[in-house]
Ligand binder design. Structure first.
Ligand code: PMP
Length: 411
């Protein structure tokens, strides 16, 4: 039985009270999630007992580190439903992983006139790298439009997919609208055209089951820090045959097979894409984070977060002048971005902080999406496993307080 209060008790950060006795109402897990004690302890244990560089030493500490890294790689493989452990590459995070696909795959395989299909809800991490690659190769980026509710307009896919489409890159869950995108359908349509499907799973991995094989995903990226794991580590999954046809973009130690004075050759997967010293301790503790979410169960996590989103949707809509962007709760993940008429998002975020309610404001690295929404910025509340309905109540009350402070009451 999923008990959010018990889950919350596993996170030391929530054991404090803020000045004036306020609890920490953390509603910014979409930016980065808090860490359970087990993850904090896992990092500490490595440093305190057997830290060494990875894939280098035969002495016992080095060997133990290697074993733990491989155990973590296998835990990621199982989390993603991947077939082979060498399809899991440790990276610094989603951003690096997407850059690796853009420059390692895209720059190698795209020609002038080819097309990359994106859409208006993408995070800059899944947009700017493609712009750069398009400039370098002469490929064109096309943007699939959104429906008024902030979902991909699949009725227009036929216009946007054609034999020139070589890459379709999409977020599995919008970091602003919460929209959940139909990955299997997009995979099928992309594959029909001979394109590869790249999935930005930074937001979706912490909230639901991913299965790269069943969903037909060719490349997928996510970050450890949004999955209750450490910062500094993330993952690129790639189908083995594709990774073997992709170039590395970072060169140096460990990723080589032979180095001569003017030529080098690359190591086998996954080392080919793991140049230099990887984030060893963070990658090991990523397994502890995966064990944590596995222990809770994704079905239970999903049900809990769905309850919070439903409740927040209902409570926020009681606030005069408040507009939530994106689809209804049953078609979104645990994110609600909103604005209040005549209130600046930064003012709102600052006033909420006075009540110990932590939300993000701004464009959330989605400027084209905000241009489409016709607002420069929004306020975003996002939920994790440790949030409760009381957090939603405090958000609602803090927003009412903010309205009062901003003298919006009469509206
Ligand atoms: N894509 C999405 C959808 C995100 O929400 C984020 C994080 N805000 C990223 C990519 C980038 O992740 P990171 O900063 O961990 O590289």
């Amino acid at each position: 039985m999923f008990d959010p209060v018990q889950v919350r008790s596993q996170f030391p950060i929530f054991q404090q009270t803020l000045p004036k006795g306020l609890p920490v109402t953390f509603l910014d897990s979409a930016a980065s999630a808090q860490k359970p004690q087990t993850v904090i302890d896992a990092e500490r244990r490595v440093y305190e007992t057997h830290y060494a560089n990875a894939y280098r030493g035969v002495y016992r500490f080095g060997a133990q580190i290697d074993d733990e890294l491989e155990a973590s790689r296998d835990a990621v493989r199982m989390l993603l439903g991947a077939e082979r452990v060498e399809e899991v590459i440790f990276t610094a995070g989603t951003t690096l992983a997407l850059n690796m696909v853009a420059f390692g795959w895209g720059r190698k395989h795209l020609k002038a006139g080819d097309e990359i299909l994106l859409n208006l809800m993408e995070h800059h991490a899944n947009l700017v790298p493609w712009q750069q690659v398009a400039k370098q190769t002469g490929a064109n980026i096309r943007y699939l439009p959104l429906t008024p509710q902030g979902e991909l307009d699949l009725t227009r896919l036929d216009e946007f997919l054609n034999p020139r489409t070589k890459i379709v890159s999409v977020t599995a869950m919008s970091n602003v609208l919460g929209t959940l995108n139909p990955i299997r359908k997009l995979a099928d349509r992309a594959h029909d055209m001979g394109a590869v499907l790249v999935v930005d799973a930074a937001q979706s991995v912490p909230h639901g089951i991913v299965d790269v094989v069943q969903q037909g995903i060719d490349f997928l990226a996510f970050s450890g820090h949004k999955l209750y794991g450490p910062t500094g580590v993330g993952v690129l999954y790639g189908r083995r045959d594709l990774l073997n046809r992709m170039d590395p973009i970072i060169f140096g130690g460990h990723m080589i097979e032979q180095v001569h004075l003017h030529e080098s050759s690359w190591a086998h997967l996954p080392a080919k894409f793991e140049a230099g010293t990887i984030p060893i301790v963070q990658a090991i503790a990523l397994k502890t984070a995966i064990d944590f979410v596995d222990g809770l169960g994704f079905d239970a996590i999903h049900a809990h977060e769905q309850d919070l989103v439903n409740y927040a949707w209902q409570e926020l809509h009681q606030i005069p002048g408040l507009k939530v962007y994106g689809p209804p709760p049953d078609r979104r993940g645990a994110i609600l971005s909103f604005s209040i008429a005549r209130a600046h998002p930064e003012d709102l975020a600052q006033l909420l902080d006075r009540k110990g309610v932590f939300v993000r404001h701004g464009h959330h690295c989605t400027m084209p999406l905000h241009a489409w929404l016709e607002v420069p910025a929004t306020v975003r509340a996002s939920f994790g496993v440790y949030n409760t309905r009381e957090d939603v109540d405090r958000l609602r009350d803090a927003l009412l307080f903010a309205r009062e402070k901003l003298r919006l009451k009469a509206v």
